[in-house]
Design a protein around this ligand. Structure first.
Ligand code: XIL
Length: 432
């Protein structure tokens, strides 16, 4: 039967508009495809020596749209002798990713661990020069092929100090990190440049130390684009996990979950789901990488991954896929009112700065007012992008001339500084 051309056009239009305008998209069936629905990637750490393992590669190729080298791009792997670079395994990983349309995270240019022994024996200017040369050579070799580089890995100390970790690199001078970022930018201007660390899975002293460094880098124009939260997790998830992602995003950097794995136990699937939802809730959280394919591939011995040794999907896998399919940020946060306000605090002993995000509801705002309860004993000392009435107790912040109009579902930010402890209650937000 011949179908008249006009009918074909109508059928085509119906199909095309259906694909765009229909209700929720059909649930994707792989992690990468599902993450891509919100513009994110879902990646996995791999090792080139396993590329001949068929069950392993079947999962890698089916599920993921980003790869990172678990070890093949580290300093000991890429520059085993000073000035002699070996990229065979790393190149294999990159070309495999490229052939399948996957992006690549680069891990890592400088780190205190897995250094070649020749570098471990250097110090002072000799080590600094060798380190910066390493950054330049490796980033140049992969120029144009890396989505994001972990330029510096794990440079902060654990515990309550919020300070840098002691290492041979740190002993070359506190500016070694910014020198590395500048060298990486010069070598590969297209790659996003990340600082990556662990035990940063909530608002704590270590993550605050990193936060302060990133804020300082942004203020001084040191090139940094992203922060990696490794997220090697145990049996619980810090209640401030999402808040921590948000506060980095609010500094103007992307956040990536870079090495996710979670101790097997009653909560594993829930924690995987919660981490995924937290990332999706923050627009600038742009991707998640799990640190290995099957439990048997993991560097840990507590079965922390999404596939069991037989390559079967675990409950944790389903939790992640469902969370990814549930979609991106829901705006506005309060859901019902004309607008909502969320506070992110950066606190120190005796003071804090607060960043407040005001999000419009279903209708555009033409002016807004936010009410904040300042804990007793403290006071607001300055505000930006808003004017305040009162400084203690109930304090009201109103828009200024240029940020009163917020489109439906859109948001703006203002901030204030205060003495004492920061407000903990969710502020009120009213239109007008
Ligand atoms: C681990 C690898 O998984 C292991 O195979 C290797 O023996 C040691 O390093 N933080 C990081 C990763 O940034 O590079 C580490 O990877 C895990 C902790």
């Amino acid at each position: 039967m011949r179908i008249p051309i006009r009918v074909l056009t109508a059928l085509f239009l119906a199909a095309a508009s259906g694909a765009v305008a229909a209700g929720p998209a059909e649930a994707a069936t792989t992690l990468g495809a599902s993450a891509a629905q919100t513009g994110r990637y879902f990646g996995v750490a791999t090792a080139a020596f396993k590329f001949s393992d068929t069950p392993y590669m079947t999962i890698v190729n089916r599920e993921f749209n980003s790869l990172v080298a678990e070890n093949d791009m580290k300093w000991d792997a890429t520059e085993p002798q000073q000035g002699r670079f070996t990229f065979t395994n790393a190149d294999r990983l990159v070309s495999h990713a490229q052939s399948r349309g996957m992006t690549v995270r680069g891990h890592t240019l400088l780190w205190h661990a897995q250094q070649p022994s020749w570098a471990q024996g250097l110090s002072g200017a000799a080590l600094r020069n060798a380190a910066i040369n390493h950054v330049t050579q490796v980033a140049t070799h992969f120029r144009g092929k890396i989505h994001s580089w972990d330029v510096v890995n794990e440079a902060f100390a654990d515990g309550g100090s919020g300070a840098r970790r002691d290492s041979n690199l740190q002993r070359t001078g506190n500016d070694w990190i910014e020198a590395a970022f500048r060298a990486a930018r010069a070598a590969d201007p297209g790659a996003k440049l990340c600082y990556n660390d662990y035990n940063t899975d909530g608002v704590n002293a270590k993550s605050t130390g990193i936060y302060n460094m990133v804020r300082d880098f942004k203020a001084r124009g040191v090139p940094i684009d992203c922060v990696g939260l490794q997220s090697h997790l145990g049996t619980g998830l810090d209640s401030t996990y999402q808040q921590n992602i948000q506060r980095f995003a609010d500094l103007g950097v992307d956040v990536q979950i870079t090495e996710l794995d979670v101790q097997q136990g009653g909560n594993q699937a829930n924690i995987y789901g919660a981490v995924t939802r937290a990332c999706l809730a923050v627009t600038r959280c742009t991707g998640i990488t799990v640190w290995g394919v099957r439990d048997s591939d993991s560097w840990r011995d507590d079965n922390p991954l999404l596939f069991d040794a037989g390559g079967n999907k675990k409950a944790a896998y389903t939790a992640v896929l469902n969370a990814l399919n549930a979609g991106g940020p829901t705006t506005p946060p309060p859901g019902t009112g004309a607008c909502g306000a969320q506070v992110t605090l950066n606190s120190w002993t005796g003071g804090y700065t607060a960043t407040v995000r005001v999000t419009a509801g279903a209708a555009a705002l033409n002016g807004w007012t936010v009410g904040v309860t300042v804990p007793s004993g403290g006071a607001v000392t300055s505000a930006w992008n808003a004017t305040n009435t009162g400084t203690s107790g109930q304090v009201t912040f109103r828009n200024v001339g240029y940020n009163g109009q917020v489109p439906a579902g859109g948001s703006i930010e203002f901030g204030f500084q205060g003495t004492g402890t920061g407000p903990t209650a969710t502020p009120t937000c009213t239109a007008g």
